[in-house]
Write a protein of this length. Structure first.
Length: 375
C-alpha cells in the first residue's frame, strides 16, 4: 500500500472515531471511557514507537497523526490530556525508562488503561521550574518524596505521574525523576482546578507526604532529573503544538466556508479585503508552522536534540494559534461571540497556548540564551 493511501485510511478512521467517541463529550469533564476507546481503537499504539510496544514507524508519522487528532477532535481539553500523557509515554519513557518500567506498564499504556501526568511545576516556581521545594531522599531500596506540585494537567485523573524532585543531600541543582502511581501511599490528589478553557483536561495540585516509591521506579538514574525534565519540555512543545496546527487548519477551513456563505451589503464577506486578509494570514501561519515542524522532525530522527527548535516552534505556533482564533471570532462577528458558534470556546482554549509549556516570554528568553545572548 502506498504511503498516501495508508495516510488517507488512517485519517478517515480518526475522523470516524472522533465523531463516535469524542465530539459529543461534555467539555467540562474527562472521559475515562473515551480514553480506553483510544487504546482499543489503536490511537495510542499509533502514537508510540516500537520500543514502547507501539506501531509508529517514525516521528514524522506521529506528528502527522497528532495534527489529524487536532483537526478532527473537537474537544480540545481531551486532546490536551492525550498530549500530557504522551509527554511520558513518547517523550520520556522510550529513552529514559528502564526495561522493567516499560514491561510493567507498557501494555496498559497501549490499551488505554493508564492516564499519565508530568509533575514539575510548583505554586511558587512557575517558569523557574527547577526552583522547587519538593524533595526526595534516596534510601537503599526506596525513595521518599515530600512536597507539592501545582497546576498539573491530568492531575485529577492520572494513574501514572512522573515527578521531578530535588536531591538536597546531593548538592545544588541535582534532581531525580521518579514514576509515582496514583495509589502509592502518601500521594494526595487535590481538588480539580477550574480553568477558562481546556476544561476536560483536569488540572489539580498533587501532594506527596512521605510518599515511598521503590527505587527501581527512578527514570534514568539518580540525579538525572534535570535531563529528564528538559527532554519532557522539548517533547511537550512538539507534541501539543502539533495538535494545534491541526486545529488551526480546521478553524481556517470553517472560516473560509463561513466567509463564502455570509452575505453583507449584497456580497459574501470573503470579498471584503479585511476579511480575506485575515484568512490569508491564517494560511501563512499554518504553512510556516508545518514547515518548521518538518525541520524538527528531521533533527529528531537524526538523533539530535531540539531544545532551540522546539522553543521557536512553541513560540510561533502558540502566538499564531491564539491570534488565529481571535481573528476567527472577528470574522464570525456577533455570532462568534456566542457560545452556540463554538468559536468563543476555541478562543478560550487557544489562549492557554501562550502560557503552558513555558510562557511565550520564557520561550523568547530561552531562544536568546540558546543562540548566545549573554546576561
Amino acid at each position: 500500500m502506498k504511503i498516501a493511501e495508508k495516510d488517507e485510511i488512517i485519517k478517515k478512521r480518526i475522523e470516524a472515531f472522533s465523531e463516535k467517541y469524542v465530539n459529543k463529550l461534555p467539555r467540562n469533564e474527562f472521559s475515562k471511557e473515551a480514553w480506553k476507546k483510544c487504546g482499543e481503537f489503536g490511537i495510542i499504539a499509533n502514537l508510540l514507537p516500537k520500543e514502547m510496544g507501539g506501531m509508529a514507524e517514525s516521528i514524522g508519522d506521529i506528528m502527522k497523526l497528532l495534527k489529524w487528532i487536532g483537526y478532527y477532535f473537537n474537544d480540545n481539553g481531551f486532546v490536551f490530556s492525550i498530549c500530557n500523557s504522551l509527554i511520558l509515554y513518547l517523550g520520556i519513557f522510550p529513552k529514559m525508562a528502564s526495561k522493567k518500567i516499560k514491561e510493567e506498564f507498557g501494555s496498559g499504556i497501549i490499551q488505554g488503561k493508564y492516564v499519565g501526568a508530568y509533575a514539575i511545576t510548583e505554586a511558587n516556581s512557575g517558569s523557574d521550574a527547577y526552583n522547587m521545594g519538593t524533595s526526595c531522599k534516596v534510601e537503599e531500596d526506596k525513595i521518599v518524596i515530600n512536597g507539592s506540585k501545582m497546576y498539573i494537567s491530568n492531575g485529577s485523573v492520572a494513574d501514572l505521574i512522573v515527578v521531578v524532585a530535588k536531591n538536597a543531600e546531593m548538592g545544588q541543582n541535582r534532581y531525580t525523576a521518579i514514576l509515582v502511581k496514583r495509589d502509592d501511599k502518601g500521594v494526595k490528589i487535590g481538588k480539580t482546578i477550574h480553568k477558562m478553557g481546556l476544561e476536560s483536561c483536569m488540572m489539580s495540585e498533587i501532594t506527596f507526604n512521605n510518599c515511598v516509591v521503590p527505587r527501581n521506579r527512578v527514570i534514568g538514574t539518580i540525579g538525572m532529573g534535570s535531563l529528564v525534565g528538559n527532554m519532557a519540555f522539548d517533547w511537550e512543545k512538539c507534541i501539543s503544538f502539533s495538535t494545534h496546527l491541526g486545529k488551526m487548519n480546521r478553524i481556517m477551513n470553517d472560516c473560509i466556508e463561513y466567509a463564502n456563505q455570509r452575505k453583507q451589503f449584497g456580497k459574501s464577506i470573503g470579498e471584503y479585503q479585511m476579511i480575506s486578509e485575515k484568512i490569508a494570514k491564517m494560511k501563512v501561519a499554518i504553512e510556516l508552522g508545518e514547515a518548521y515542524l518538518e525541520k524538527i522532525i528531521s533533527i529528531k530522527e537524526s538523533g539530535k536534540i531540539t531544545f532551540l527548535e522546539s522553543s521557536v516552534y512553541k513560540y510561533y505556533v502558540g502566538e499564531s494559534y491564539a491570534q488565529l482564533c481571535l481573528d476567527a471570532m472577528q470574522i464570525y462577528g456577533a455570532y462568534g461571540y456566542c457560545k452556540e458558534s463554538g468559536i468563543e470556546q476555541e478562543v478560550r482554549d487557544s489562549l492557554g497556548a501562550k502560557i503552558y509549556s513555558g510562557t511565550s516570554e520564557m520561550q523568547l528568553y530561552n531562544i536568546a540564551k540558546l543562540i548566545g545572548v549573554k546576561g
